[in-house]
Design a protein around this ligand. Structure first.
Ligand SMILES: C[S@@+](CC[C@H](N)C(=O)[O-])C[C@H]1O[C@@H](n2cnc3c(N)ncnc32)[C@H](O)[C@@H]1O
Length: 243
């Protein structure tokens, strides 16, 4: 019997129209589609599930519960998820794990895949890329992420207003910050200190009901976890182009 397959499928940040044709095919062909859910979404569609449910019958979708907060509960949840997925792949089946954005960018998928590999070393693991939240915010706000020789640094605000964040803000490249909503005032203070608040863009619940896109300088107070900040590269003259 074949070892089965596990496919991490990126479904984009929320807008169902951002699902790629390859992702759609993988979801429709899988024997079982696993979707992450949180305690708060119990009984209601999680964001990835809402996209999946448009294309996959309910009886092929299975919810896996994960807490939003990092902590000791998480490894047990990855183990539980791994066992349920291995039950599909162990019989030679194909399991898809749908994840918001891209499965290789800050996704639960990578932890779950590691667990499945431990349980079933022969399982074939692959991923299908998805549109990331930073790409979606760039498109919706008309923000260029990089041109010429500019760099782009993606930072998770779990590092806080650290030296790492201050260091990249002092440079000239684009800085994208994920997971900063619950600490938005201190994140914006760090950007202001670097003299870059004026150009900074804020996006919340992109592609979902309640989407907000604003100049970050107009924001006050904390914001939801599902928010992304882009600090565009400092640009002058012919901008990033090497003349
Ligand atoms: C666990 S990471 C997931 C990243 C995702 N895999 C990606 O490729 O974009 C969660 C963070 O992604 C960003 N994010 C994901 N979806 C978003 C959305 N619809 N609107 C705004 N930010 C989003 C937020 O910064 C959030 O804190």
């Amino acid at each position: 019997m074949s070892a089965g397959r596990l496919i991490g499928v990126g479904v984009g940040p929320g807008d169902p129209g951002h699902l790629t044709i390859n992702a759609l095919r993988a979801l429709q062909e899988a024997d079982r589609v696993f979707v992450p859910a949180t305690e708060s979404s119990r009984g209601a569609h999680g964001r990835a599930e809402a996209v999946v449910a448009l294309h996959v019958p309910e009886d092929r979708i299975e919810r896996l519960f994960f807490s939003m907060r990092s902590g000791s509960a998480r490894p047990a949840q990855w183990d539980d998820a791994g066992k349920r997925i291995a039950a599909v792949t162990g019989g030679g089946g194909t399991a898809a794990f749908a994840t918001l954005g891209d499965p290789n960018v800050y996704s639960t998928f990578t932890y779950v895949a590691a667990t499945v590999r431990n349980l079933a070393p022969n399982v074939e693991v692959s991923t299908i890329p998805g549109i990331t939240a930073m790409q979606d915010l760039a498109a919706r706000s008309g923000t260029v992420l990089a041109e010429g020789s500019e760099s782009v640094t993606l930072v998770a605000y779990t590092v806080g207003a650290s030296d790492l964040l201050r260091d990249v803000l002092l440079r000239d490249g684009t800085v994208v910050v994920y997971k900063g909503g619950p600490h938005l005032p201190e994140l914006l203070d760090a950007i202001r200190e670097a003299g870059r608040l004026g150009a900074t863009i804020y996006g919340e619940d992109l592609g979902l009901d309640g989407e907000q896109i604003d100049a970050a300088s107009t924001r006050g107070g904390n914001a939801p976890y599902m928010s992304t900040v882009i600090v565009p590269a400092r640009r002058t003259g012919r901008r990033g182009a090497k003349l």
